[in-house]
Design a protein around this ligand. Structure first.
Ligand code: ADE
Length: 245
């Protein structure tokens, strides 16, 4: 999201803007690590293009996706964080020619996230979420009722739909009982990274329960909660990496 990117850019001392395919890629350093920061844009195709440019033009060695998602499984609540272990496109359906959710000609419906990066992210999330007040202030905790946010690991599902009815959320849960959360890009980026053999990981802050109340004050949640989570989590994760130039 724009607010997340803005928070990261404020910490990049040397960012240079490179414009490709109508997107601004910010090349520089963050916590001493060489990075390219970019908005994925919204939806699977847009995110797949962004990922492809990161890989082809910038030669990135890994892609880490941050953002927000709607909680699906019981107990995946607003303010929690989901670190994906695998990702699936819930709206992929070429049945009966291919099994539902399978990406045609790939023989795959679920794309695994990189285990080493995901383990490191989950560790960092666990540490950072111990003190939500330090992260977003007492007002933020009170406004969104985030007294004890948790980290969850498992299936993240993506599709070109903002899920904003309880009926659709229930249908997704029936169809994919192990899905923790839903968003609109992750599985597409995971597929691109799979094609290129480049490690991929995703962590998403839960902004809503993908139900009739999901429209909520989305922009405010991103500004007050998700962008601060992203900043802290990306920073803490980068700090765990060996120095690169
Ligand atoms: N991103 C955040 N919340 C979402 C939802 N309910 N559906 C799809 N993408 C989302």
């Amino acid at each position: 999201m724009q607010q997340e990117l803005g928070a990261l850019l404020a910490l990049m001392p040397d960012e240079q803007r490179v414009r490709v395919a109508g997107r601004d890629f910010w090349v520089g350093h963050l916590h001493g690590q060489p990075v390219v920061a970019v908005l994925s844009r919204i939806g699977k195709v847009a995110a797949a293009v962004t990922a492809t440019v990161l890989l082809e033009r910038f030669g990135v060695r890994a892609i880490v996706f941050t953002g927000v998602a709607g909680g699906l499984a019981p107990g995946v609540n607003v303010g929690d964080v989901v670190v994906a272990t695998e990702l699936l496109q819930h709206d992929m359906d070429a049945s009966p020619i291919f099994p539902k959710h399978e990406v045609p000609l790939m023989g795959l419906s679920r794309f695994a996230a990189d285990a080493a990066i995901s383990d490191a992210l989950a560790q960092v999330v666990t540490n950072v979420l111990r003190d939500p007040v330090a992260l977003i202030g007492q007002e933020g905790v009170d406004e969104f009722g985030l007294s004890s946010p948790r980290v969850h690991r498992g299936l993240l599902v993506s599709g070109d739909r903002f899920v904003s009815t309880t009926a659709e959320s229930a249908a997704l849960q029936r169809e994919l009982p192990d899905a923790l959360a839903v968003e609109m890009e992750g599985a597409a980026v995971a597929q691109v990274c799979h094609d290129y053999g480049v490690p991929f990981a995703a962590m998403r802050t839960i902004s809503d329960r993908a139900d009739d109340a999901a429209h909520g004050d989305f922009a405010r949640f991103v500004a007050v909660v998700a962008s601060r989570y992203s900043l802290a989590l990306v920073g803490a994760w980068l700090a765990t990496l060996p120095a690169l130039s």
